[in-house]
Design a protein around this ligand. Structure first.
Ligand SMILES: Nc1ncnc2c1ncn2[C@@H]1O[C@H](COP(=O)(O)OP(=O)(O)O)[C@@H](O)[C@H]1O
Ligand SMILES: [Mg+2]
Length: 311
């Protein structure tokens, strides 16, 4: 059975996640090619170890680029550090204002606080780029190649962490506001307040999008091996905790042909794992992807893979 429902109009964002090396990038690139048949599609990677360029066989960077040879498909690889630098540059004054008016820090201390990392802000900026792109609505479908499980789950926890950070900042502001109101009678919200309000909205938008089953789908990718299955379980449970329900699972690298002793043994072993997966994740639709004799790289290989994965 192939992946279902990817071409539903309401579905805008499709994320592929799983252990390192199981085929996330390959599935994301193939799904991108499939969707581009009917929709203007953007494929992008939030894995710091980007590999879309290798998968598609053409150079992609941190600017949106049309893919040569696939009409309607563009791609890019998010550079979280760059997004963070841009964010800091844009918001330096506002953040410093909050610290200046809400704490007893002097300007030297404030400068050093500013250089400290805000927890998760770079990843959130990566997600923010996605949300901005979706709002700009230049594309109909967005396919996301995520980083291996641990990183992806941390990423999903970040809007929450950032939300806590915003709450603390807002609390400090309230004290300041109270003082100003007490002494001068009134308080006009300043750019610090605007900034916190805007950040709060961004974090909420990201959370809302990820949890919206109509607009967003997270597809787990695994292989029939013990370690990968354990990690898949961690991923699915972790996602559930953030209110994201996984309904489809790709089991990749399944050996289909070969009658030699090695192949027979391998097939037997894989069958055991596949049965185990089906039992463990009974409610999920599973798509079995055969192990290819060569790496799935370049558009020709992706087109073959796409037919099996999505038709
Ligand atoms: N079904 C398959 N058969 C053969 N090679 C595969 C298959 N799926 C993926 N590969 C290859 O395995 C390697 C890892 O796949 P990749 O998609 O980069 O994994 P991930 O993104 O999960 O780390 C790549 O070289 C890819 O071409
Ligand atoms: Mg990858």
């Amino acid at each position: 059975m192939a992946l279902k429902g990817l071409k539903k109009d309401a579905l805008k964002v499709i994320l592929f996640g799983g252990k390192g090396g199981v085929g996330k990038t390959t599935c994301a690139s193939s799904a991108g090619c499939f969707l581009a048949e009917d929709f203007k599609t953007l494929l992008f990677s939030i894995d710091p170890a980007h590999s879309l360029s290798d998968s598609l066989g053409q150079k992609i960077g941190d600017e949106i680029k049309e893919i040569k040879g696939v009409r309607n498909l563009s791609a890019f690889e998010i550079n979280a550090n760059k997004a963070l630098s841009k964010f800091k540059l844009e918001h330096e004054e506002e953040i410093k204002k909050i610290l200046d008016t809400s704490t007893y820090l002097d300007s030297e201390d404030i400068d050093s606080v500013f250089t400290l990392p805000i927890p998760g802000i770079d990843e959130v900026m990566g997600f923010n780029t996605i949300v901005d792109l979706i709002e700009e609505a230049d594309f109909n479908k967005y396919v996301v190649d995520t980083a291996p499980t641990g990183h992806a789950l941390r990423l999903l926890a970040l809007p929450g962490l950032l939300d806590d950070w915003i709450k603390i900042m807002a609390k400090m502001r309230w004290k300041y506001r109270y003082m100003v109101t007490t002494f001068s009678g009134n308080y006009d919200p300043d750019e610090g307040d605007d900034f916190l309000f805007k950040m709060k909205k961004t974090v909420k938008k990201i959370g809302d999008l990820l949890k919206d089953k109509e607009r967003c789908e997270f597809i787990a990718v695994t292989i029939p091996e013990d370690m990968a299955i354990l990690e898949t379980e961690r991923l699915i449970n972790g996602l559930n905790q953030y209110g994201i329900e996984v309904t489809q699972l790709v089991i990749n690298n399944v050996l289909k042909s070969g009658d030699c002793e090695f192949c027979k043994q391998k097939k037997k072993e894989q069958k055991k794992h596949i049965n185990h997966i089906k039992k463990k994740f009974g409610g999920l639709k599973t798509t079995i992807m055969p192990l290819q004799s060569r790496d799935v790289k370049g558009l020709d290989a992706l087109h073959i893979f796409k037919e099996l994965l999505c038709q």
